[in-house]
Design a protein around this ligand. Structure first.
Ligand code: 5GP
Ligand code: ZN
Length: 112
C-alpha cells in the first residue's frame, strides 16, 4: 500500500521517534507547527476517523491512554492540543489516521 505512515511504521522511511510500542508509534512532524509537534499513529492502516470501528477502536483507545506520557516525553510541561483532521474540508493530507500533539508555547485560540 502506498501510504507514507505505513512506510514509517515498516522502517522504510526514517522518522524521529518519540514513543513506540506494539500498537502505536509517535514521531516528530517533519513540518512542525509548534515547538513540539508530534504525530501519534496506530500500527494498522486506518484511513481516518471515519474508519474507526468496533474492531480497531482498541488502537485509538491505546493512543489516548498513552498521549499524556508521549506529551511529557516530548517535553511538554504546560498543556497541549490534540487534533485529527478527517477528510477534505479538514485538509487531511495523509490518509492514515493520526493525532497531532501540539505544544511548547501558548497556542492560538482560533481553531478554524
Ligand atoms: P494532516 O494534514 O494529514 O492532518 O497531517 C499530516 C502531517 O504529516 C503534516 O503535519 C505533515 O507535516 C506530516 N508529514 C507528512 N509526511 C511526513 C513524513 O514523511 N514524515 C513526518 N515525520 N511527517 C510527515
Ligand atoms: Zn497507512
Amino acid at each position: 500500500m502506498d501510504c507514507i505512515f505505513c512506510k514509517i511504521i515498516a522502517g522504510e522511511i526514517p522518522s524521529s521517534k518519540v514513543y513506540e510500542d506494539e500498537k502505536i508509534l509517535a514521531f516528530n512532524d517533519i513540518n512542525p507547527m509548534a515547538p513540539v509537534h508530534v504525530l501519534v499513529i496506530p500500527k494498522i492502516h486506518i484511513p481516518s476517523c471515519d474508519g474507526i470501528n468496533e474492531e480497531n477502536s482498541c488502537f485509538v483507545k491505546h493512543i489516548f491512554e498513552k498521549i499524556p506520557e508521549i506529551a511529557k516525553t516530548a517535553g511538554i510541561t504546560n498543556g497541549y492540543r490534540v487534533i485529527t483532521n478527517c477528510g477534505e474540508d479538514a485538509k487531511q493530507s495523509v490518509k492514515h489516521l493520526h493525532f497531532h500533539i501540539l505544544g511548547g508555547r501558548s497556542l492560538p485560540e482560533n481553531m478554524g
